[in-house]
Ligand binder design. Structure first.
Ligand SMILES: [Zn+2]
Length: 322
């Protein structure tokens, strides 16, 4: 069901330890973070690859080759290069996300916000240019990676003890937040394909239980979601065939960054009150990636086919209403 792929790049490795401070090598931390990130994307059903799985020296040319060979040189490939920063000052702290000159800032911003929400101190998201040719990216991971969408994440400073402790203690939490942010960024604002609705997996769910609930089959669920195993993750978004559900007037919408109940209500020709009632919301607060039920109205004046105007930054994973 995802229209993007992820290549994870554990920075440095082998003969290149990266930054070294406080008895820690950057290359070991980036591998720890990347291995966990790889597992998390896999659990979520996102096609994922990794540039190294051992403590191996990978030069920039080889690294770029592995990135471009994983899923091809394509705009729908997100490259997440994991690094730990270092500074001559021990007071410098916080995470940074650097994105390529060819890309918009949405993904970088959402990742940095996710890190902040997960408890890491954050600095900024930005682009960095090569001083000798400012039309080019500073980092090869941006400069030489074709049409892919690379982000370089510096999780904090290795020579800052607070940053380092936070990373070592909380890296799984940070990665969970990043994985959610990447998926929400790529899926957010999208409308499920015609004839389907979405369902967010809850604790205790199984494909069998969901199939029963929606009067469909495990095989059908696996087919339309491209699932290769029966494993589900809490929070995973599944497509459900709509013609087999009872309330086929309803459709769903996945909240993207910048959305408000008001903006969504306007998009779908409904009201904030209706949205709150339909979704049992007690407050106006939305979170990115949240799935809202839309419409289900009995008002004859409102067309059954809603019009959704695609906004800049939206990912259309099926533009059937446009
Ligand atoms: Zn590094």
């Amino acid at each position: 069901m995802y229209d993007f792929k992820v290549v994870i790049d554990p920075g440095h490795g082998g003969d290149d330890p990266g930054a070294v401070a406080n008895n820690t090598n950057e290359k070991d931390l980036t591998k720890l973070i990347s291995d966990y990130m790889y597992e998390r994307f896999k659990e979520m059903g996102v096609p994922v690859a990794i540039t190294r799985t051992t403590d191996e020296t990978v030069n920039p040319t080889e690294r770029v080759n592995r990135i471009l060979n994983a899923f091809g040189d394509s705009e729908d490939v997100i490259v997440i290069s994991n690094h730990i920063n270092s500074s001559s000052s021990t007071s410098a702290q916080g995470a940074e996300v650097i994105y390529a000159l060819r890309n918009e800032d949405t993904l970088a911003e959402n990742i940095l916000n996710a890190l902040e929400t997960a408890g890491q101190v954050t600095r900024t998201f930005y682009q960095r240019r090569l001083p000798s040719d400012t039309s080019k990216d500073y980092y090869f991971i941006h400069r030489n990676t074709g049409k892919t969408e690379p982000v370089l994440i510096e999780y904090g400073f290795i020579n800052n003890k607070d940053d380092l402790n936070r990373i070592k203690t909380n890296y799984k939490k940070y990665v969970d937040a990043i994985v959610d942010a990447v998926i929400a960024t790529k899926m957010g604002g999208s409308i499920p394909p015609q004839g389907t609705t979405t369902y967010v997996v809850k604790k205790g769910d199984s494909l069998y239980k969901i199939a029963n609930e929606y009067n469909t089959t495990v095989a059908e669920l696996k087919r339309i979601n491209n699932l290769t195993s029966d494993l589900l993750t809490i929070g995973q978004i599944l497509l459900i065939p709509l013609d087999s559900t009872s309330d086929s007037n309803n459709q769903t919408y996945i909240v993207k960054s910048g959305d408000t109940l008001y903006s969504i209500a306007r998009k779908f020709n409904t009201t904030v009150d209706n949205l709150k009632k339909l979704n049992n919301l007690s407050s106006d607060t939305l979170s990115v990636g949240q799935v809202l039920t839309i419409s289900g109205t009995t008002n004859e004046d409102i067309p059954s086919t809603v019009n959704y105007t695609v906004a800049k930054g939206d990912t259309l994973f099926m533009g059937n209403n446009e």
